[in-house]
Design a protein around this ligand. Structure first.
Ligand code: MN3
Length: 239
């Protein structure tokens, strides 16, 4: 089978997928569509819902993962399907709405996927940062000391206005680590940088256990940061 044939078959399968997603039945209609859609799915957690106790309670973890994160996955799939439908129909009257939905739900899906991986039970290494890690070296270079990094990151997390995130990003331009706040799932982003660590400070992430005491949640969260994973993200981003 030559490459052209494979490409043709591949896009045919993708178009059939779009057609079923957005409810277009006939083969003739699918020929009007442009572009394949990736169906996003909720990733499994690398630990049980109760394993981050006592720092994050099991009920919060279950709701956060199975309901909140799931809603972002569904929202992103829906928005991308609607944009495919708009391309097929040539009707872009709701382009602003669906573009915003893509940014919001896409941001939510990406950041939650990162968030789960950035945590681990203490029995599996949570809270321990190797003194020889390249990440610690990078943190010291960009922030002076680990303690100064931790103070800035904690302050950023506590001070996020409304719902959002504090994030550690790697910026390739100057080989630096920077701390950002994100409002909602996507606002205040910095371009051409890679997030390698993030804490969710939406109330759904902590309210059952910590109520309005966001600072207590942020301070407790340091005990379960999976520094091994963050170090891996850092090294991947640098390479
Ligand atoms: Mn959340």
């Amino acid at each position: 089978m030559n490459t052209d044939r494979r490409t043709f078959l591949g896009s045919g399968i993708a178009l059939a997928g779009i057609a079923s997603t957005i409810g277009i039945a006939s083969a003739q209609d699918t020929s009007a569509l442009a572009g394949a859609i990736h169906k996003h799915s909720l990733p499994a957690l690398p630990y049980g819902y109760a394993e981050l106790e006592p720092f994050i309670d099991a009920q919060t973890m279950e709701l956060h993962h199975s309901k909140h994160h799931k809603a972002y996955v569904d929202g992103l799939n829906k928005a991308e399907a609607e944009l495919a439908k708009a391309r097929a129909n040539g009707d872009f009257s709701l382009i602003q709405h669906w573009s915003k939905q893509c940014a919001f739900h896409g941001g939510g899906h990406a950041l939650h996927t990162l968030f789960w991986q950035c945590m681990a039970p203490q029995s599996k290494g949570g809270g321990s940062l190797e003194s020889s890690s390249s990440l610690l070296n990078g943190i010291n270079t960009s922030f002076g000391t680990f303690e100064l990094f931790k103070k800035q990151f904690t302050a950023a997390a506590i001070a996020v206005e409304g719902s959002g995130w504090a994030l550690l990003h790697y910026r390739k331009d100057d080989d630096a680590l920077i701390i950002l706040q994100a409002e909602n799932q996507h606002k205040l982003s910095s371009w051409n940088t890679v997030p390698i660590l993030g804490i969710d400070v939406w109330e759904h992430a902590y309210y059952l256990k910590y109520q309005n005491k966001r600072a207590d949640y942020v301070n407790a969260w340091w005990n379960i940061v999976n520094w091994n994973a963050v170090n891996n993200f850092y090294e991947q981003a640098k390479s």
